[in-house]
Design a protein around this ligand. Structure first.
Ligand SMILES: Nc1nc2c(ncn2[C@@H]2O[C@H](COP(=O)(O)OP(=O)(O)OP(=O)(O)O)[C@@H](O)[C@H]2O)c(=O)[nH]1
Ligand SMILES: [Mg+2]
Length: 442
């Protein structure tokens, strides 16, 4: 890949006042611009106190300047950093001076993008920078740092190289048709296929949790009116957010509350009760409830355990969303309500709430999250899933029809999907979308 050639400048510290304000200049022209603004370019990587000078020769500020030659900079290009006083006017005067000397204002994420284009980081690592900056819990921050250091990319690359070995093996078999059958029923090949399957499973589990760590886990509470959805949301959050009454149809709007289950950020969404003859307001509430379910990570289907007539509307739930069935109001019932995949609790007394928290953690894949967690994005999970589907299709073709060509082709596509994660395979459009989400100066 050929990197960009113009020189960019931006404040690297957030707007506003602070102890110091940092302006970063990156590109082939950075040493020349640095020299114009500082009188002399500092020694590489030596913090040097100097005046920052405007094009008219007047000093703007006095501070520390650093020069990083191309090989040893964040972007992979020559970089000059000016650490001055952190006032919005001073910082913008320094930026203006760099522009007057030939630099261009950087777009959001452009420094990171250049680091990627110059091979200093892969795409997943560059994304981890933004995730580290945006992380909302300390667990997420630690996981993002691990992804930034390349642990996630290493795991992806290891899988890519496993698939490459497998492809080489299969393609060799195809090239020697007279021995193909033997090749394809070879024990070693079977071993490689099953190793790949295990690696896919493991990486998908890691990425799925990593995605949840980054984005949080969205749980929608749905059920019949009066089942106790709002009571349960209030109980889980410890806040009195939602109105609770004995009137069926109390909740009509969507209500949101963020909770933290042992470091897992969970967004709870309370919805209007689903019923057969809703009034016009409830109709809209139900429409919003269904919309929330469609994009949720999980659904809590809440039943009133004391209402034996309550018919189960569970079948109205969207396909593919994991569901936890909650039998609420256990305090009103003596009989045993437990069952497979069912949590029995009382929103009123708090009985059984711990089991529910536990079920949510398990469903999120967060249960046994050790120290080794990484952050990942939905984009990564999608690419991994696509790769896995092709791999499994290829494995099926091999086991059912000894179809080596099909396996080889599916492996090639799987490899390509995995390449999208680290950016080994990428398009301008994808890069544009990813880096546009970064903040200015990063
Ligand atoms: N005894 C008992 N009553 C409960 C429990 N949970 C909720 N209730 C009562 O059930 C009634 C309905 O509770 P809500 O939380 O408003 O129910 P909801 O599902 O949000 O109802 P809508 O918003 O109308 O759909 C209220 O009178 C609550 O006090 C429980 O665990 N035990
Ligand atoms: Mg309610």
């Amino acid at each position: 890949m050929i990197g960009p050639t113009d020189t960019i400048v931006s404040a690297a510290t957030p707007p506003g006042t602070g102890g110091i304000g940092i302006v970063r200049i990156s590109g082939n022209d950075a040493p020349r611009i640095g020299q114009l603004m500082l009188g002399d370019l500092p020694q590489p990587r030596v913090a040097t106190l100097c005046d920052f000078i405007a094009p008219d020769g007047e000093p703007i500020d006095n501070g520390i300047a650093l020069y990083f030659p191309a090989q040893a900079s964040f972007t992979g290009e020559p970089v000059v950093e000016l650490h001055g006083h952190g006032g919005p006017v001073v910082v913008s005067l320094v930026v203006d001076a760099a522009v007057a000397n030939g630099a261009r204002l950087a777009e959001p994420g452009e420094f990171s993008k250049r680091a990627f284009l110059n091979g200093k980081l892969d795409l997943a690592q560059a994304e981890a920078i933004a995730d580290l900056i945006a992380s909302g819990t300390s667990q997420a921050a630690r996981a993002a740092l691990r992804s930034l250091s390349g642990e996630f990319s290493d795991a992806v690359n290891a899988l890519v190289s496993q698939i490459t070995d497998l492809r080489v093996h299969v393609e060799a078999a195809i090239d020697f048709p007279e021995e193909e059958i033997d090749f394809l029923s070879d024990k070693k090949l079977q071993q490689r296929v099953s190793d790949c399957a295990k690696a896919f499973e493991k990486l998908l589990a890691t990425a799925t949790v990593g995605r949840v760590l980054r984005d949080g886990y969205q749980v929608v509470l749905v059920g019949r009116p009066n089942a106790g959805k709002s009571s349960l949301m209030n109980r889980l959050s410890g806040e009195d957010t939602a109105i609770v009454t004995e009137i069926a149809g109390t909740t009509r709007d969507i209500l949101r509350e963020n909770i933290n289950i042992d470091g897992l950020a969970v967004e709870l969404i309370d919805t209007a009760g689903l019923r057969d003859n809703p009034d016009i307001i409830e109709q809209e509430g139900m429409r919003r409830a269904r919309e929330a379910m469609a994009s949720a990570d999980a659904v809590l289907w809440i039943q009133d355990a004391s209402d034996t007539d309550a018919e189960d509307l569970c079948e109205t739930l969207p396909e593919g969303v994991p569901v936890i069935v909650v039998r609420n109001k256990s305090d009103l019932v003596d009989e045993d309500l437990s069952g497979e995949g069912v949590v029995v609790l009382s929103a009123k007394t708090g009985d059984g709430i711990e089991q529910l928290r536990d079920s949510i953690r398990t469903l999120a894949g967060y249960k046994n999250l050790g120290e080794g967690s990484l952050t990942a994005r939905r984009r990564h999970v999608d690419a991994l899933q696509r790769a896995a589907e092709h791999f499994y299709a290829g494995r099926k073709a091999l086991s059912e029809n000894a179809a080596g060509e099909i396996l080889a082709e599916e492996l090639r596509i799987a490899q390509q999907s995995l390449g999208e994660i680290t950016g080994a395979v990428s398009s301008d459009d994808l890069l544009g979308r990813i880096f546009a989400d970064f903040c200015i100066g990063k």
